[in-house]
Design a protein around this ligand. Sequence first.
Ligand SMILES: NC(=O)c1ccc[n+]([C@@H]2O[C@H](COP(=O)([O-])OP(=O)(O)OC[C@H]3O[C@@H](n4cnc5c(N)ncnc54)[C@H](O)[C@@H]3O)[C@@H](O)[C@H]2O)c1
Length: 433
Amino acid sequence: MNITVVGLGYVGLVNSVILASYFHNVIGLDFDKTKVATLKQGTATIQEPNLQSLMNDASPRLRFTTNYKDAIRPNKIIYIAVDTPEGRDGKPNMTNFNLVLEEIAKNAIQDSYIVIRSTVPVGTNKYAKKYLEENSDYKFDVISHPEFLSQGSAVDDMLNPSRLILGVSTKAAEDLMLQIYSNYQKRRIPILITTPETAELIKYAANNYLAMKISYINEMARLCEIVGADIEEVSVGIGLDPRIGTQYLKAGVGYGGTCFPKDTRALSWLGSSHEVPLELVQATIKINNSQPDILIKKINSHFKSLSNLNIAVLGVAFKGGSEDVRNSIATYVVKHLLDKNARVRVYDSLAIENFQKEMQRHSRIDYSTSILETLDNADAVIILTDAKELKELDKSCFIDNMKKPIIFDGRNLYRPQNMEGTTYYSIGRQTVK
Ligand SMILES: NC(=O)c1ccc[n+]([C@@H]2O[C@H](COP(=O)([O-])OP(=O)(O)OC[C@H]3O[C@@H](n4cnc5c(N)ncnc54)[C@H](O)[C@@H]3O)[C@@H](O)[C@H]2O)c1
């Protein structure tokens, strides 16, 4: 089949490559000229395991452009995967999405199927159909098909999804989507066919549930510290119950990134706008907003002053295994350290360049190229992601390289029993001194 994908970020590029690897012919469009120039040279613009090799293999069926006419005219199946960032009061900012609708209406030359992969408020499907039909001469069948991939495992998530959600209004749209995804059907991957409104809400409900699990375990961690329990064992103990499950029960400094913070606030806004206050969602947001301060409080109470201390920060992406620093907890923590006049040295094997851009207005940050260089002569180290190389560190690294091995672990990467000889603070567990 011939498919156009609009928006070539994490979702759009991975969708383009995988659709092409399923033998569809794909035209990918983005208005970012630099991004498209890089893609045209055959280079993936994001780092995701296996993406580049799949892209190389699928290249005969993949074409990239910045020109809407070239992308919309040839194909009657158009995926939309542009960003829908947070706007005022949590309401999604639909400017980019609406721009795509404008361009489709302007450039379409036939009845078309529009497949919405972006995360959008309930009602967007209906709105898109109405807008497109009022502003062009053609009929549009709009499908709500939310994406659930996670950065860091995006390719595998899309190749082996837990389920596909298809919000359709016609049998023709259902048949088309099942044809596009015939190989998922063959592999018996669950496919839920539902209404557009339900599909739109499923995406927010799923992300909010996962965020709520994180805030729940973080709230339990606060209690563990007071009553002397160990949150890691509490987490294992409850997660072994198959009704609860083990995932998203890791205590830490909270979630960041471009999905959970914006999607929780969007759902809270959606509830309020319909006069249905969503109290669990609001509590999830509130707990997460204050979670980094739990670690910061420990740092501030350990040191009388941070002024001129050398603080090492390991892991600045929004999570381990990602290069993305948008809404990362590290941005918040590092700004606090700088406000307190500390000298900060940061390291992240994937995200350092993006972090440098994000923090370019701030001096007193050194960007390091290795863990050992970051730890060298540091007064303390703060760990903010669960990157594999950080998990694998031996305590001797801290003991041998730092001025004193004082560790603030915001991701509970090590067992307190193994940290003797260091001062080891973590989340929801007793401090080792
Ligand atoms: N990143 C994730 O893990 C993830 C997972 C599931 C769903 N989502 C949702 O998918 C959507 C896309 O997310 P993302 O992370 O891929 O975003 P992104 O910011 O990485 O990429 C968006 C891309 O769209 C392009 N773009 C924006 N407006 C455009 C326009 N009018 N015309 C052409 N190109 C345009 C941008 O240049 C950018 O390359 C969002 O709604 C997001 O909430 C994201």
